[in-house]
Design a protein around this ligand. Structure first.
Ligand code: NAP
Length: 315
């Protein structure tokens, strides 16, 4: 099974029957992105479709923001079950849907579109649920029992994870972002979730921390889970996310980055005795949730995990 192209476009969708005439199985699920050629989603979903005997394949669609509405409206007409949306479409997708699931509305973004039987488009978000599941699987603990610091809380994924932590009523949430105004805006939005009577001594349950060593040092004494939701660490030349000495053995370090598999942040955390995970488990579980929304059945998690590991190994 191979699509004739590794990336399709809106022009292809407009001429779909001719474009996919020799393609088998027929593409019926996709990821919209710009850029999209590096997405690992086909390697995650195609083994799952095969394992379940579903006559469909998953493809990449290179769609520019101004093309999004037209492209997504074509999907039901062309027999698609739905699509994932990655950068920069997650916010546009929220507006383009006929209906949006409650959690996706709270998270402020849609990364999974389901084409309903009546041709309408329904939006979901698997970033938050995928994060929760990854934390539980990797650290054997629920976010509701944790004091969490999110670095990059003003970005798309960081904001979604921050809202999800608030929805879960986590013990404590500290937001950090290079542009502090964005973290403050997220904190204002999340205030209503933190007004109950949980007592944590002198520390605030919801706080914004400037990205400065002294301030971070103080906050990190009262934090269990540190999440990197920035792109810092993807490049070898990137600076340290946090100074080495701030990381402590009681910390759980969660880097949403999965390429490289071990960032300097994770290496540092491990050296300091902390437990760590990279972004692969979150990527896997997000895919699992999307699959289940499209096909209304359990996803073959082992086939998806193997597909992902094979894709990483062959890079
Ligand atoms: P985004 O919306 O563009 O947000 C980027 C975030 O990174 C912002 O908070 C931004 O801060 C910060 N940032 C970027 N460059 C920085 C730098 N040089 N120094 C400090 N902060 C910097 O991107 P996104 O979609 O949220 O993705 C963020 C990361 O999460 C990416 O690495 C992505 O691959 C990863 N991710 C992983 C998964 C998964 O399943 N594992 C899912 C989604 C995302 P400013 O606000 O100041 O610009």
């Amino acid at each position: 099974m191979e699509p004739s192209k590794s990336v399709y476009t809106l022009a292809d969708l407009k001429n779909w029957d001719a474009v996919i005439r020799d393609v088998s199985p027929r593409p019926r699920v996709a990821v919209f992105g710009d850029p999209v050629e590096h997405s690992l989603s086909p390697q995650l979903h195609n083994p799952a479709l095969q394992a379940c005997g579903i006559d469909a394949q998953y493809i990449r669609l290179q769609i520019r923001p101004e093309e999004f509405d037209e492209a997504v409206r074509l999907l039901p007409k062309l027999g698609f079950y739905g699509t994932n949306c990655t950068i920069p479409h997650k916010f546009l997708a929220l507006e383009a849907m006929d209906r949006v699931d409650d959690l996706a509305r709270k998270l402020g973004a849609v990364n999974t579109v389901v084409c309903d039987d009546d041709g309408s488009l329904v939006g979901f978000n698997s970033d938050g649920p995928g994060f929760l599941r990854a934390v539980r699987e990797e650290f054997m603990v629920d976010v509701s029992d944790l004091r969490v610091m999110i670095i990059g809380a003003g970005g798309g994924a960081g904001r979604a994870v921050a809202v999800q932590c608030a929805v879960e009523n986590c013990e404590r949430l500290v937001l950090v972002n290079r542009t502090t105004d964005k973290a403050e805006a997220v904190a204002r939005e999340l205030e209503p979730y933190f007004q109950d009577t949980r007592v944590l001594g002198p520390v605030k349950r919801l706080a914004v921390c400037p990205w400065e060593t002294e301030a971070l040092h103080e906050e990190l004494n009262d934090i269990d889970l540190i999440v990197n939701a920035t792109s810092v660490g993807m490049k070898r030349t990137d600076p340290d996310l946090l100074p080495h000495h701030l990381l402590q053995p009681h910390h759980f370090a969660f880097d949403m980055i999965y390429s490289p598999l071990e960032t300097r942040f994770l290496k540092s955390a491990e050296d300091r005795g902390a437990r760590t995970t990279n972004g692969l488990p979150m990527l896997l579980w997000q895919g699992v949730f999307s699959f289940e929304w499209w096909f209304n059945r359990d996803a073959p998690v082992d086939a998806m995990r193997k597909g992902l590991m094979d894709a990483i190994a062959s890079r």
